[in-house]
Design a binder for this molecule. Structure first.
Ligand code: SAH
Length: 454
């Protein structure tokens, strides 16, 4: 049987896809239904009917799944930030573990792979140390802030995101009050008028230091001293600045930051490594889970103090500095020059002198150093963006012949592809450890230990 568009079907949700959509079947044809969770019995309206599968809209829940919970956030369904808040946390973890296993089997061809139980959070809310809230107006002309609805630029008003630091709400309310009292206009994306575009907030979970950066379409924030005075009432306020972004672009931050009050940076720790963070710095979003992720990577690197380690895609050197404490020498490679500048100053801040950093593409820097300087690696760590590693980089890794490769991945599909390449060329998978860095979303991070087969 095929579906017909607009047909109403009764269906049981058997599984969930990579984007968190529910999947049910009628006579073998899969129907994908957003907002439905595994175990739900639902009524759906078919919105798109293709030859071998279709999409449906959730119309009615006939019998809720035993794993269905009331989302903590009132706008969970509209907001693009969370995808699986309606699933209880234990089931979210199972879903992510399965996602990793399925990708390794289907894409990597690893049939009997053991995936270790995922490392979850004890408290899976309020874990984000960074938030960027767009500012705009609602249909009645009120100034609002919140989040973009999924795949659009319309703002869902919300000052109480349950993933962010609880202090965000007070900061946002103060900024909205300041704008209303001082007639400061929000930016309008459509005609490029108005001033305030985004509010960036960073919070040091360990140090309790707060950073607020207001992104504006101009060079000056009128009555800025009043905003400073109001924000300084919040305990922990450490840095207040504006960021100048006059471009008609989706990129949130411009390149110029002007300090209004306090320090240019805040400080935070992952484990006992200290980091200084500016509004423009990249920094891991979930420090509690990042620590567990890095400790796993460090454990898998198996360092005794004599090793030379390459940390590819090193960002601001977070993993490199973790490794440096146990290795003889660490080399980090990263494409963004500002991140490397941060990596170097973070090394200095922590008194680490056995870490060196290079700016460039991993797939260019490593082969070049290998060919021209005949460099060596006992362990290579990679932590690429979602698209995974270039094949030419994997080729160089195989040539360099390290005893161990530690692969930190934020996309298990490209991870599976890259592991297949390495395992066809002399490496074997020792351990696969998923870590839940982003509860309530479909994302899953994985650390894999590969070792050279004898
Ligand atoms: N390991 C870091 C950052 C990982 S995110 C941490 O844990 O904090 C991936 C990083 O890869 C980003 O910083 C991105 O700028 C960088 N990157 C993307 N493409 C790259 C390439 N071809 N070569 C080197 N770095 C790259």
């Amino acid at each position: 049987m095929e579906f017909k568009k607009n047909e109403i079907v009764k269906i049981e949700i058997l599984d969930m896809g990579s984007d968190g959509e529910g999947i049910g079947k009628i006579d073998g044809y899969p129907l994908f239904v957003k907002d439905a969770v595994t175990g739900d019995e639902i009524e759906a309206r078919v919105t798109k009917a293709k030859k071998n599968y279709g999409y449906g809209r959730l119309m009615k829940i006939l019998k809720p799944s035993p794993h269905r919970v009331e989302p903590k956030c009132a706008v969970a369904a509209q907001c693009g930030g969370c995808q699986i808040q309606a699933l209880d946390y234990a089931e979210q973890l199972k879903y992510k573990e399965n996602k990793v296993r399925n990708h390794l089997q289907r894409i990597g061809g690893f049939e009997d792979i053991t995936v270790l139980p995922i490392i979850g959070m004890e408290e899976p809310y309020h874990y984000r140390n960074k938030a960027q809230f767009p500012v705009g107006t609602d249909k009645d002309g009120n100034i609002i802030t919140g989040f973009y609805a999924g795949r659009t630029h319309s703002i869902i008003s919300n000052t109480d995101c349950c993933l962010g630091a609880p202090v965000n709400e007070e900061i946002l309310k103060k900024i909205l009050a300041f704008m209303n009292e001082n007639h400061v206009k929000p930016y309008n994306e459509e005609n490029g008028e108005g001033l305030v575009r985004h509010i960036l907030i960073r919070y040091g979970f360990t140090t309790k230091e707060i950073m607020v950066c207001v992104v504006i379409n101009g060079r000056r924030l009128p009555s800025a001293e009043k905003l400073v005075e109001s924000l300084c009432e919040i305990p922990g306020m450490t840095s207040i600045s504006i960021n100048i972004n006059k471009k008609a672009t989706n990129v949130i931050l411009g390149t110029e930051v002007v300090n209004l009050w306090g320090s240019d940076t805040i400080t935070d720790y992952i484990g006992d490594v200290k980091y200084q963070i500016s509004p423009l710095s990249f920094y891991q979003i979930n420090p509690v889970q990042t620590r567990k992720l890095y400790e796993t990577a460090l454990d898998y690197a198996g360092l005794t103090g004599n090793e030379t380690v390459w940390d590819l895609y090193c960002g601001i050197g977070t993993i490199s500095l973790f490794l440096a404490k146990k290795a003889k020498q660490v080399y980090g490679v990263e494409i963004v020059p500002e991140a490397i500048a941060d990596a170097k100053s973070n090394a200095k801040l922590n008194g680490i002198s056995n870490a060196e950093f290079y700016v460039g593409k991993a797939e260019e820097v490593l082969p070049e150093k290998y060919k021209n300087e005949n460099i060596h690696a006992d362990v290579i760590v990679v932590d690429p963006p979602r698209k995974g590693c270039e094949e030419s980089l994997l080729e160089t890794i195989v040539q360099m012949n390290p005893a161990r490769v530690v692969y930190v991945s934020c996309d298990s599909a490209t991870l599976a592809r890259d592991l297949k390449y390495l395992c066809e060329r002399g490496y074997g998978i020792e351990k696969v450890q998923p870590v839940d860095m982003f509860p309530m979303t479909v994302h899953v991070e994985t650390v894999v230990l590969l070792s050279k087969k004898p």
